[in-house]
Design a protein around this ligand. Structure first.
Ligand code: GLY
Length: 396
């Protein structure tokens, strides 16, 4: 594996304390977030889901056709676990048939995001309730995801049809979060092929997507015939050579989850270096800009990247030995991010807003969902609250 430098934490004092908030603060944050999910159950039901990003702070309702549908289902599962209220469970269970239909009819499934889609809908359903139909649907999704794996190159293509010359052999850092579906499929079936594909993809990602300074490319192109790495590029970052904040956050969390399954200590060390690069570029209020080349000024924040990174930091921390001082630092950083999100970024339904978190960015280069709510940001904010409040077992 490539040598990646560790910047260390630039202002270590910043990471020595938990935020100055009490239990009632977290309780109010959970009540408010779950309350918004409750309101949204009236809008997003019967085959309708929030669009990836809000428009003027309100999510349009769309069919189950985006890479993001399952973040809504995941929020229903989290709300059920956080509140114990059974209508959330019933609403989430009702969506399993819709995810099965999407898979059977092959609706917008030419994407590695089958991992997000079927982990937060069907694996979560199986983990929380033991639902057998959900388990079988998730295994079917894992099989379809395996169809995107190039054995010779050891990579999983991110986007589009495998014959598309612009997308063939292109991987993206986000994929690390799609791999738990494959690890889970090996656990369920005993068939090692899923796990091998995921492990080889992670190793190719470490080799090519991660730069020596601890930052990451968003995407990387390979020659699928022989596995030769060709070049890094971006789709949503500020430039090919910059570090897109959400990509870095997906990397922190995805590699830490990879460790959960593979127990390869190098994955933890690389995740830690990504984390330091990320944290060192986090402004005073703990919420990053949409690209880590910005550390101050008027560019937009991406609250969704902050929420993902915080969940990743907690995943990373729980695998470090108690004596490792980084463990406490990452826990404190995650809680500070959570406290900042809850006090300054959480939407309160003002002017009809129906997201949980304001000030996220979907794609600045495409001018899409800029300074809006993004549905994955809402999901990871709720997951962060669950991680901070419950002894929550990951769906991943
Ligand atoms: N995985 C796509 C995104 O984060 O926008």
């Amino acid at each position: 594996m490539k040598e990646i430098c560790d910047e260390g934490l630039v202002f270590p004092d910043r990471y020595v304390s938990w935020p100055d908030v009490d239990d009632a603060f977290w309780h109010r944050a959970v009540e408010s977030a779950v309350g918004q999910v409750q309101v949204n159950t009236g809008l997003f039901r019967d085959g309708l889901y929030p669009a990836p990003a809000s428009l003027d702070q309100r999510y349009p309702a769309i069919g189950n056709t985006e890479w993001t549908s399952s973040f809504w289902t995941g929020m229903l599962w989290l709300s059920y676990e956080l509140s114990g209220r059974s209508p959330f469970r019933e609403a989430a269970l009702a969506q399993i048939a819709d995810f099965k239909r999407r898979l059977d009819r092959r609706i917008a499934v030419e994407t590695h995001d089958l991992g997000f889609l079927y982990t937060l809908s069907c694996v979560a359903a199986w983990r929380v309730t033991g639902d057998e139909k959900a388990r079988r649907t998730a295994l079917d999704a894992a099989n379809l995801l395996m169809g995107r794996y190039y054995e010779r190159a050891g990579i999983i293509q991110a986007w589009g049809n495998l014959d598309d010359p612009n997308q063939r052999g292109r991987i993206i850092i986000d994929c690390a979060m799609n791999l738990p579906l494959l690890f889970w499929a090996t656990e369920q079936t005993g068939d090692p092929r899923y796990r091998e594909a995921a492990a080889r993809h992670l190793s190719a990602a470490n080799e090519h997507l991660l730069r020596e300074d601890g930052s990451s490319y968003h995407t990387y192109h390979f020659d699928t015939k022989n596995g030769t790495g060709l070049r890094g590029s971006t789709a949503q970052g500020s430039s090919d050579s910059s570090c897109w904040a959400r990509g870095q956050a997906w990397g922190i969390y995805g590699l830490s989850l990879g460790f959960r399954y593979l127990r390869n200590p190098e994955l933890l060390e690389v995740a830690s270096r990504l984390a330091h690069y990320f944290l060192n570029r986090t402004p005073e209020d703990w919420v990053c800009y949409w690209d880590l080349s910005f550390t101050h000024g008027s560019e937009e924040r991406d609250s969704s990247a902050a929420a993902i990174a915080a969940c990743g930091l907690l995943e990373l921390a729980c695998h470090l030995p108690a004596a490792d001082r980084r463990r406490r630092q990452y826990e404190n950083a995650a809680a500070n991010i959570g406290a900042s999100l809850a006090s300054k970024y959480a939407a309160q339904g003002e002017k009809g807003a129906n997201g949980l978190l304001k000030h996220a960015v979907y794609s600045k280069p495409a001018n899409e969902g800029v300074d809006e709510s993004c549905v994955w940001g809402d999901y990871f904010y709720l997951e962060l609250l669950a991680r901070l409040q419950l002894s929550w077992k990951p769906y991943w």
